[in-house]
Design a protein around this ligand. Sequence first.
Ligand code: AGP
Length: 614
Amino acid sequence: MCGIVGYVGERSAQDVVIEGLRRLEYRGYDSAGIALVGAHGLASDKRAGKLANLEKAIADHPLPAATTGIGHTRWATHGAPNDVNAHPHLGAARRVAVVHNGIIENFAELRARLEDDDHVLVSETDTEIAAHLLELQVQSGVDLTTAMQRVCSQLEGAFTLVAVDADDPERVVAARRNSPLVVGIGEGESFLGSDVAAFIEHTREALELGQDQVVTLTRAGVEVSTFDGRPAEGRRYHVDWDLSAAEKDGHDWFMRKEIFEQPRAVADSLLGRRSASGRLQLDEMRLSDQELRDVTKIIIIACGTSFYAGMVAKYAIEHWCRIPVEVELASEFRYRDPILDYSTLVVAISQSGETADTLQAIRHARVQRSKVLAICNTNGSTIPRESDAVIYTHAGPEIGVASTKGFLTQLVACYLLALYLAQVKGTRYGDEIDQVLGQLEAVPGQIEAVLEQAPAIYELARTHRDSGSVLFLGRHAGYPVALEGALKLKELAYLHAEGFAAGELKHGPIALVDQGLPVLCVVPPQGRDQLHDKMLSGIQEVRARGARTICLAEEGDERITPYADELIRLPRVPVLLQPLVAVVPLQLFACELATALGHDVDQPRNLAKSVTVE
Ligand code: AGP
């Protein structure tokens, strides 16, 4: 998720672009860059780090005045966050500059073709190939709009591309597929932004683009076409948000926005994971297949919500790979004198990549000669840098302290790791792996279906604003979901909440159950051994003692109905994948209850987004 700005009109393009990037910096802050086109041709600068670094660079080395320009703040997916990988990227002749948000899934084969034709690509990014391909097109004599249509027809994946041509300074051209882009319509000027925050100080007249569309901006106005060159229409609308609401896409909290971004985040985390031959590929993996085949034990270490993702991973890895998995709190790991050696793979899960407990744990593991694989959302952060291999989640920056899309994309990365290990060790056939990948690719739509129930879940949450305590129950892969649901309520509503393995209730915790006590129950899918029956028994036990049962159960499960005081329906998914849909109602519940209690949902008391102290 990056910040993109484009402008053509009468004003200083540098001023409009830099200010627009500042409004979008929350979308990505690994690096920033700008390209301006005018009588002088094309001028560009880009710097790793915050936008301020770029501003200092262009203050020290001013760019020529121009009224056409594009800019970018990056959230790295491919390639470390440094000057070379920063956007804009230019073609070989430095005639075309392009900025990009998203993932070009087939960039490796396109890059190989360019290099076979003696193109020299200097960055690690997928974006740079687009600059070379666009430049080849305009050099063949077509205009930038036609060039964009032709290049986008070759690309696979999710992308927003915005480009300028030094030989055509009155034009900015952009295209989108499964990635955000919105047009601002001014008087004698036009704007582009990843969202309206980029330009609402200049105009509130906006144009929403459809899928697979190209848009051409000139001073005269805006033209929309399809990738095959046919005229098309966008949807005009008036923006009535203020800037703060625009940054949150109209939501009250970043956290709520990030809950609703989860379908996109999960889809982005699945992009580019299949090779041209259809095999699963983890392109950041830097452990060889043989090193992975030598793994005889896995220890997952993490903290908080990431620890619960590790608990889900245990079920998946053990079931698909038959490798024993331990899941350990990072803060406890090195004090228990763990048994580690070269055949132990330590998996560190961290959204921020800076959690001190987890960082110290992997340092201990590496001293014991274990290989370390990081699952992380922050490219270039300390934990992946100190690991032997990494799988990056593609959730984009997570601003809310309470992790939501970070958690779901960690689950996706854990499933991908489990499937990759199964592929390497041969414990699952290719068609079985394919089947699970297909089930994962259906999850974004299933999360959307759960999100459609948000109003009812909000109403339910508000009825519990006076609750003193809430219990969460789950079994098997639903147990970590119960723990995560309880953590969300603790950290947002400051409520006593506790998650239990449902089978553990009768061994003590059931003494907590009293009249009216809310108990949220994650009901496993039916048909998975006795899991479902055992969960119903647990629900009956608490209900018989006065609990108010709020049950999350799959569509078609009618056996739960008599035992549910409230029923939230989940899409039917395999038991191992159910956490991906079951956690969403619990996120919504906690977010709304905290809002009803008047709490700061994005920055809860006593908490930090990244805990960099032990
Ligand atoms: C989750 O909502 C919390 N913010 C917290 O538990 C978090 O998951 C934990 O601190 C680990 O952070 P990390 O994933 O960045 O390492």
